[in-house]
Ligand binder design. Structure first.
Ligand code: WTA
Length: 643
């Protein structure tokens, strides 16, 4: 029996936590259910608006407009409005560098000063409202500064995670036709360096929209600077005007684009707008993460992903919090680095991913015991299902048995938390994200399009619009409709499977499409396949995610070679290099299996279920009768054994 099948233990919110929590009255659920628009409008009123909205929601499926007619500015909310409330000298950002000796802090006033100056720099380089700016930076303070500067002037940002390759960067620039790229000389992480400027130069060979490049000197490495195009950040900042008023943005103006993997090879440009997005990340930061003035809050995600956008920058700053930004890795310079960071900064709230917890579990508790973690009061997880054993370990060893855990289910598309406990109210069951956040209505459908009532398993959907929802896919409204709103009519199709138990709690079982979740990173099988077939030795390839104890899923690639090419260790290296070059190191397959054939149906569709079964060493591969050539299964097993 797997650990998930035993009766789950129930953890009530600790009394002391509940009595001090930002929300502790369970009536919030019923209130929100009675009138979700008023519920969200009340949350929106906690923000600063230059002009209040005329209408809370206009819903013409699949098009949503929230807080219609309202005028606000996200950077103003994250900075000026906090200062107006007396937080000018409060630390907004704690930056911890890759080397433990490297770090700094910014108060709200200091951060505002940087943001205003950089907003002026961007303007001087031609940035303006509605024109996307691409950002490809390490986890340094200039990254939130650049984001907030964009938000201040209304230029949508498109942040590309620093581990993405030159070609992935190029595709993302070309899709949104950015005219400015903000990057750095290099990105130090875990004692090593990623040559960001070099990657950027390579990307720009074929990204004609870019006119100006701003280069932050992070490592001081000597990098080539192209005359007339490339300028150093510090030099531009030295000459920049100090004051830059915040643009009055319409609630539905574009705030950012963030590319995410879909079930085809082409990444989706997920579009988030201003008022609704900010309302949801602000409310969930206060309700789910229970963020208060005294807290030191650490979200370990990279800002290049949605978790960093929403819960390292916009959520905590708009709530007046102190947010920790860490540049490094858990294992550098030693395996106790995270616990060192928590002790050093007296972190009170930790928000991280199950994959990290599982890797710490393997190392035992020795590293934890070296540090005082008594400042912690709340723990969170995100990115993939957390197995109950990892949950218990996190609770016991990191949280000292006293900290509630919020297992937050959401997506790049949803902008903010959707299914999650409220730590002062919701009893938790290890492994379950529990109930939808107030104002959110979830549901389950079967493949035939029938809604499942009560207990059961099916495809997860969201039944009502919510403020942080994606508004479209950049310049591709048709794909937006097809991907999310076609399968079951006017409900949002999530792409995850889930089970609902007798208490109405949701247990997310993982993606039901061709998207893999590797250490909490979304990677599509099609993206990796198309990278592999770009190598001249590869005729065809099929990629699957195999269940993996550490990473959630590990990438396995089946490869058919061209003509009489033979598989070898060198070729495996080359193919790995190819994936690194086209996508990035995080998408490299863990296993490459050379095979003479792939399991296909008579209509030519690859049966991934069988590939997954073979890769996981399953004895019973289920029904193989729909295969055009059932003998392929034995050939696959042999290929794998030969590996
Ligand atoms: C998965 C990350 C189970 C899910 C915020 C979703 C989760 C995808 C959880 C989105 C969770 C995220 N429990 N699964 N708590 N959180 N997922 O867009 O499959 O990078 O669809 O957003 O991660 O990944 P994305």
């Amino acid at each position: 029996m797997s650990e998930e099948q035993t009766t789950p233990k129930l953890y009530e919110p600790p009394e002391e936590f509940a009595s001090n929590a930002n929300v502790s009255d369970p009536a919030v659920y019923e209130e929100a259910e009675r009138d979700y628009k008023s519920f969200w409008a009340e949350r929106a009123r906690e923000l600063h608006w230059f002009r209040e909205w005329d209408e809370v929601l206009q819903w013409n499926p699949p098009e949503a407009k929230w807080f219609v007619g309202g005028k606000t500015n996200v950077a103003y909310n994250c900075l000026d409005y906090q200062i107006e409330q007396g937080r000018g000298d409060k630390v907004a950002l704690v930056w911890e560098g890759d080397e433990p000796s490297d770090g700094t802090t910014y108060t709200y006033s200091e951060l505002l000063a940087e943001v205003e100056k950089f907003a002026n720099v961007l303007k001087s380089l031609g940035a303006e409202k509605g024109k996307p700016v691409s950002i490809y930076l390490p986890m340094i303070p200039e990254l939130p500064v650049a984001m907030l500067a964009c938000a201040r002037i209304g230029a949508p940002h498109s942040i590309v995670f620093g581990a993405f390759s030159a070609s992935a960067l190029r595709d993302r620039i070309n899709d949104c036709e950015a005219t400015i790229l903000v990057t750095a000389d290099a990105a130090p992480r875990g004692g090593r360096k990623t040559p960001l400027k070099q990657n950027a130069d390579e990307a720009l060979e074929d990204a004609p929209s870019i006119e100006n490049v701003v280069v932050v000197r992070r490592t001081g490495d000597d990098v080539p600077m192209q005359d007339g195009r490339d300028r150093y950040y510090d030099e531009l900042m030295a000459d920049a005007e100090e004051s830059c008023p915040a643009e009055e943005m319409d609630s539905e103006d574009l705030l950012f684009i963030l590319y995410s993997s879909g079930s085809t090879g082409k990444p989706k440009g997920i579009v988030h707008t201003t008022g609704g997005y900010l309302t949801q990340v602000n409310a969930t930061t206060k309700w789910t993460m229970d963020l208060k003035d005294e807290d030191v809050y650490w979200c370990t995600a990279d800002i290049g992903w949605i978790t960093g956008h929403s819960y390292l920058v916009y959520g905590p700053l708009s709530a007046g919090g102190t947010s920790v930004q860490f540049e490094g890795t858990p294992a550098y310079p030693a395996s106790d680095r995270w616990w060192d960071v928590i002790e050093k900064h007296k972190v009170t709230i930790l928000y991280t991913a199950p994959t990290a917890i599982r890797s710490f579990m393997k190392g035992g508790t020795e590293d934890l015991e070296k540090h005082d973690l008594s400042s912690l009061r709340l723990l969170g997880t995100v990115g993939e299902p957390i197995n109950p054993r990892a949950w218990e370990w996190y609770h016991e060893n990191v949280g000292g048995g006293r900290c509630p855990i919020v297992d937050t289910w959401w997506q790049t598309e949803t902008g903010g938390h959707m299914i999650t406990p409220l730590p002062g109210i919701t009893p938790t069951k290890p492994g379950s994200a529990t109930r939808p956040f107030p104002g959110i209505e979830a549901g389950l459908f079967d493949e035939e399009g029938n809604e499942i009532e009560g207990e059961g398993s099916g495809n997860l959907v969201i039944k009502k619009p919510w403020p942080g929802m994606l508004r479209t896919l950049y310049k591709d409204p048709e794909r937006y409709r097809e991907t999310y709103w076609e399968k079951y009519g006017d409900v949002y199709f999530v792409g995850d499977g889930a089970r609902r138990d007798e208490d109405g709690y949701y247990w997310i079982t993982g993606r039901i499409d061709d998207v893999m979740n590797v250490s909490g990173h979304r990677i599509s099988t099609a993206e990796v396949e198309s990278a592999l077939v770009g190598h001249p030795a590869v005729a065809e390839s099929a990629v699957i995610g195999r269940a993996d104890e550490d990473k959630g899923q590990a990438i396995v690639a089946y490869v058919i070679l061209e003509g009489d090419r033979e598989g070898s260790d060198e070729l495996i290296q080359e193919l790995n290099g190819q994936v690194r070059k086209v996508i990035g190191a995080h998408a490299r397959p863990q296993e490459i299996i050379f095979t003479p054939d792939l399991p296909k149906t008579r209509s030519g569709k690859i049966m991934r279920r069988i590939l997954r079964g073979v890769a996981e060493g399953q004895q019973d591969l289920g029904d193989t009768s729909t295969l055009a050539d059932p003998s392929v299964v034995d050939a696959l097993k042999e290929s794998r054994a030969a590996n």
